[in-house]
Design a protein around this ligand. Structure first.
Ligand code: 7TS
Length: 391
């Protein structure tokens, strides 16, 4: 029986068209793009096309920069550490505002900067589990705040943050705004002509491109101290030979993701809603953030009386890949900070499972997954000491 992959927020299958587009750049057009001979120059056209696709995909202006990075962790670290080198270190702006539900690469980079003397404030969430413009207005201080970093969409809940309003508040206050758009690309429109963010990060493997390549958008006029010093690649802003095959793949993956947005909005959302309906038909289940704006592919469901991890293993045995939404750190049983910040009980935090779909998910897979989830819940509740029947 074919396995079913419902963990697309962790990573996605590479679109076969993307792999095909990358192929010539391994053994045929393998020159270093900085070389002056034909091996070098012949890759330029493909690189330009890929960059054009990235610019078009996120609505970047011609004079803005997009740096090709190795992943979103790199892009996010670059922005946060750049804020330290460019601003905080020099004073008087010493504060970064962020949220407690960012990816660990943002939270841990902030924790590191705190050890150097930065002041980091984690903004509270509203009843929908996001930071809104009023909350930001209450905390932002133009004299003290150097940077605001808030994700576009949360990887565990799929909740969408009102980034346009947040970016506008920052702009009015003269404060830099960064958004981690890793979980937004290909799921909702991401248009920097409408959202006045200064920095934005993305990662190809979340939208059917290869792993190990991502992008960091820098609006015109915003400087960032390089994280990687070296040669003159990318105008000296990020040294290292450009990963040409992966850039080519990311460019096409971006174009396909943006072209597929309407499909995501209709077909993927319909499949997600169908799975959600099947989950909610099981007694004592809930879906987090159901009433609030969410990306169309994600379900974070809680099954009372069942440890999320037990369900992952049980579903895995049935050939279905989901994740706990990292309800527990893999090595400890500490509750996920995302759930703590959302004010969810530890019971909810420990009983949640994340299902994330993609444009490759089929209706038949959803029906099979729904049946497997129902069977797993029945099996695990029958042996659960903490479940004593529907309340
Ligand atoms: N930012 C967000 C919002 C993410 O979801 C992830 C990966 C990253 C950054 C890191 O991306 P990378 O390019 O450096 O790999 N998120 C997840 C996840 O939700 N489950 O596994 C990985």
């Amino acid at each position: 029986m074919e396995r079913i992959y419902l963990d697309n927020n962790a990573t996605t299958i590479v679109d076969p068209r993307v792999r095909e587009a990358m192929d010539p750049f391994f053994c045929r057009q393998y020159g270093n793009p900085n070389s002056l001979h034909s091996f070098g120059t012949e890759v330029h056209e493909a690189m330009r096309l890929a960059m054009d696709r990235l610019y078009a995909g996120i609505g970047a202006g011609d004079e803005d920069d997009i740096l090709v990075t190795s992943c979103a962790c790199e892009g996010n670290n670059h922005v946060l550490k750049g804020a330290w080198f460019d601003l905080i270190r020099r004073g008087p702006k010493s504060e970064i505002l962020t949220t407690p539900v960012e990816h660990p690469c943002v939270r841990n980079a902030c924790a590191f900067l705190e050890t150097l003397g930065a002041r980091v404030t984690y903004l509270p969430l509203n009843a929908d589990g996001v930071v809104d413009a009023d909350i930001l207005r209450r905390h932002i201080d133009p004299a003290r705040t150097a940077l605001v970093s808030v994700m576009w969409a949360n990887n565990e809940t799929g909740l969408l943050f009102p980034v346009r309003e947040l970016a506008e508040v920052c702009r009015e206050s003269g404060v830099l705004f960064h958004t981690d758009a890793v979980q937004a690309i290909g799921k909702v429109p991401v248009d920097l002509a409408r959202v006045p963010a200064d920095f934005l990060t993305f990662s190809a493997h979340k939208f059917h491109g290869p792993k190990g390549v991502g992008g960091l958008y820098i609006r015109k006029g915003r400087a960032l101290t390089p994280l990687i010093h070296g040669g003159e690649q990318m105008g000296g802003k990020r040294a290292g030979t450009v990963n040409v095959p992966y850039l080519v793949g990311m460019g096409l993956a971006m174009e396909l993701a943006v072209d597929g947005l309407a499909f995501e909005e209709s077909r993927v959302r319909a499949l997600r809603d169908r799975l959600e309906e099947a989950i909610l038909a099981i007694p004592d289940t809930m879906v987090l953030g159901r009433g609030a704006p969410r990306v169309p592919n994600t379900i974070l469901a809680s099954f009372r009386g069942i440890e999320g991890e037990a369900m992952i293993w049980d579903l895995n045995a049935a050939g279905i890949a989901a994740s706990t939404g990292s309800a527990c750190a893999s090595e400890s049983l500490e509750a996920n900070p995302v759930f703590v910040a959302m004010g969810l009980s530890s019971e909810l935090a420990h009983t949640s499972v994340r299902f994330s779909l993609s444009r490759f998910t089929t209706a038949e897979e959803i029906e099979r997954a729904a049946a497997a989830i129902q069977a797993s819940v029945a099996r695990l509740r029958a042996i659960s000491s903490s479940y004593s029947g529907a309340r």
